[in-house]
Design a protein around this ligand. Structure first.
Ligand SMILES: [Fe+2]
Ligand SMILES: [Fe+2]
Length: 149
């Protein structure tokens, strides 16, 4: 069986997060899949900012990394609003905003940054990061770079 690359694992996580948001907006307004997607997205951003972007930045991809950091900051504000337990209609509006933010952001990551990961994140570090995607936890107080006061 083919071993899943780090890029593939991250793209799969993009799809899973999209599906969690979709389950809330299209489905029975069950908050649990949405809450899971919010937690997963915060952890996904943590992994990218702490472990992937520094390596990509050092490899010369400074401009796209700066754009991604800015967009993470914008998404983080949406996540904070969703964690503020908005009423159903407000939550839907926030989910639509997050979906648009993710659409543009994830496409750029998948086309520009993730294809470089095999080169800039060698094994066994790649394997450790894939393991983190399975079961790792973000430090409780961690906040994305562009959302820090
Ligand atoms: Fe990202
Ligand atoms: Fe991502």
């Amino acid at each position: 069986m083919e071993i899943e690359s780090l890029a593939m694992a991250l793209e799969r996580e993009h799809r899973e997060i999209d599906a969690g948001i979709e389950a809330f907006t299209a489905g029975g307004r069950d908050r649990e899949p949405l809450a899971r997607a919010v937690r997963a997205l915060r952890r996904h951003i943590y992994l990218e900012e702490e472990f992937l972007f520094p390596a990509l930045h050092a490899a010369g991809l400074m401009a796209p990394v700066l754009v991604m950091l800015r967009e993470h900051g914008e998404m983080w504000a949406t996540l904070d609003a969703l964690d503020g337990e908005p009423e159903a209609d407000a939550a839907i509006v926030l989910c639509r905003r997050l979906t648009v933010q993710l659409l543009h952001h994830n496409l750029k990551e998948e086309k520009i940054l993730y294809p470089e990961l095999d080169r800039v994140v060698p094994e066994p570090q790649g394997e450790r990061l894939r393991a983190f995607l399975e079961s790792g936890e973000m430090p409780a107080e961690w906040v994305c770079v562009r959302a820090r006061k």
